[in-house]
Ligand binder design. Structure first.
Ligand SMILES: [Zn+2]
Length: 156
């Protein structure tokens, strides 16, 4: 097997966010760097959220997928600066989030009080219910039109 950066990215495309399984780590924009160093692959990732427990799972999943693809020696490095921001999320990723029922990050505010677009009916007549949704990375909203509660992926 000849390792190439492209083939490694193809493997990384199979690693998804354990909290939002429709998003790959490439959609999230957390893969900062992929390097081939002699016989070792070095993958540098940035945590989406300080202390986010999903990051350990993501690192474990990267190792598993890389091993399954035949890469024996993989090192995962964590880059702390610059901090990840939701700006790094791909447009395709934001569309997938919305289709999954989670409002994608809105760059106006980190946690808007209201006016977040409802992923189900697209109404902006929504209100913040709780700063913490199903996980610390999300806030809980409710739509005043369709009454559905939904998660908003916090901007940071
Ligand atoms: Zn709605």
């Amino acid at each position: 097997m000849i390792a190439t950066i492209d083939s490694i990215y193809e493997v990384l495309e199979r690693v998804t966010d354990p909290e939002v399984p429709v998003l790959t780590i490439l959609d999230l924009g957390i893969v900062r760097k992929v390097e081939l160093k002699e016989d070792q692959v070095v993958i540098t990732i940035t945590s989406t959220y300080m202390g986010c427990p999903a990051m350990d799972m993501i690192a474990a999943q990267i190792r598993m997928e890389m091993a399954a693809a035949g890469y024996g020696s993989v090192r995962i490095e964590h880059s702390i600066r610059p901090a990840w921001t939701t700006e790094w999320m791909s447009e395709a990723g934001k569309e997938k989030l919305k289709a999954y029922g989670i409002a994608p990050p809105d760059k106006r505010f980190s946690i808007p009080e209201d006016g977040v677009e409802c992923p189900r009916c697209s109404s902006r007549n929504t209100r913040l219910v709780s700063e913490f949704g199903s996980t610390a990375c999300k806030a809980l909203y409710q739509c005043r039109d369709c009454q559905d509660p939904f998660d908003y992926f916090k901007c940071h």
